[in-house]
Structures are given as structure tokens and as C-alpha cells.
Design a protein around this ligand. Sequence first.
Ligand code: ZN
Length: 153
Amino acid sequence: MSNLRELYQEVIFDHNRRPRNRGRPDRVDRVSEGFNALCGDQITLYLAFGDDGCISHVGFEGQGCAISTASASLMTDALRGKTESEADELFQQFYGLVMGRDTADAQVLGKLQVLVGVQEFPARVKCATLAWHTMQAALRGESEVSEAVLNEQ
Ligand code: ZN
């Protein structure tokens, strides 16, 4: 178990040091911003959809702690090629994981499972879910995540 934990931490460090999908992609259909006042994490998320309705382009900009950056990096990797409803399902799964609910499906979550340790640190849940709430807002066509949504957890 401790080896698994170390492996998970290494993946998080790696995604924090070298975030994937950083920057504004060539095509952008939706933009949304999120801010976690508790930690100071800030993100701008970009999404574009292909003719098949799947997410074709995804990228993010912003500043934040290691957990928020790694989470945004992992999320953007996971979103490419997904439909809106698949992206929503992934959000539900990820939210369940970091909230410590017994609903996590390892097959659906894949690499996102490295953030499972966040459930032991309730103060960091907002760091881990910021990018995800921002993605949800973007899917709804909202330009930013409302504070009410972030304060729900
Ligand atoms: Zn943070």
C-alpha cells in the first residue's frame, strides 16, 4: 500500500511539474474561470467540440497549488474524446472519489485515482475539484464557477 501511495504521489508531482494541456488550444468553443479563495488556486479552462460532439480540444491556464495543478492536468488529459455526458459522469466519479464516497469505479476513473489521497484532507478537496467545477460551468455555458457551487462541499 505504501508503494502504491508513493507511486500516486510521484504521478501528482509529475503533473504539477510538467502540466499537460497547458495554454489556450487552437480551437475554443467554451471558456470558464474558477477561483478557490481558500487556497488561492485560479484556473481558466478552454474546451472545444468536434463535429461528433466529443471534446476535441482542451487546455487550461492559471496558478495554483500542486493538487489543483495536477488535478487540472489529469482532468484535461481524461476529457479529450469524451462527450458532454461522459464528461459529466467522470465529474461524478471523481467527486465521489475525493469525497471518500463508496461510488468510485476504477475502470471509469483510470489515472484519476492517483488523487484518492485527497479524501483524507478535506481542506484540499476544493483544490482537487476546482478544475472539475470549472469544466462543469464551461459545459453549462457559464463564464465562471459560482461561489455557491464551490462552497457546497
Ligand atoms: Zn490549492
